[in-house]
Design a protein around this ligand. Structure first.
Ligand code: HEC
Length: 162
């Protein structure tokens, strides 16, 4: 091997090793990546079953995403419901679903056809089931601020400045 070639090979080896060391360092310091999915539910299997059935029947996912399941045709910029039970409580959800005009409780920036419909026509039991399930949709503390920011921006169309 010529001297020049040795120098080039040595330089390449140094580069490869430094990239490897950098990756090891980044991976061991990036705890965010290891935290996993921040959303969870405290609902019993029975509540989950009943609520999911209503959720499907009432076509909530035409507009909302939950557990990252999105309707591919979805065009409504409604807030995601993952973690929503860490932002509001069961009594609020029950009132909201029972209101003849939900926008009196939570104003909308959208055209009427995209707004949250009234579910006042559901039975009392059904509204309680949905409210209880929404309240069970929690987010880990480390992702709470991000969830609040995303919700605010969806609702208002403005940047969030806490
Ligand atoms: C036609 C689209 C549409 C459908 C269907 C719909 N929503 Fe909504 N929902 C919205 C929009 C948009 C908002 C935000 C407020 C607004 O613009 O009216 C909202 C708001 C909400 C909120 C409050 C979110 C927050 O940020 O606090 C909850 C909870 C909710 N919806 C749950 C449901 C459930 C449960 C169903 C099914 C029973 C459902 N939605 C069906 C469009 C929809």
């Amino acid at each position: 091997m010529k001297r020049g070639e040795k120098v080039v090979l040595a330089l390449m080896a140094v580069m490869v090793v430094s990239v490897m060391l950098r990756n090891v360092w980044v991976n061991s310091h990036d705890t965010e990546k290891d935290r996993g999915i921040p959303f969870y539910t405290t609902a019993s299997p029975e509540l989950t079953r009943q609520a999911s059935e209503l959720y499907r029947q009432q076509q909530c996912r035409e507009c909302h995403s939950l557990w990252s399941v999105r309707n591919i045709m979805e065009s409504v910029p409604a807030p995601a419901l993952d973690g929503i039970g860490s932002l509001r409580d069961e009594a609020w959800f029950y009132q909201y679903f029972s209101a003849p005009n939900p926008q009196a409780i939570l104003p909308s920036r959208l055209k009427p056809q995209y707004r949250m419909p009234s579910y006042a026509a559901l039975t009392d039991d059904e509204r309680h089931t949905l409210a209880r399930y929404m309240a069970s949709l929690k987010v880990e503390d480390w992702y709470l601020a991000d969830t609040r920011k995303a919700e605010y921006e969806k609702l208002t169309g403005k940047d969030y400045h806490p």
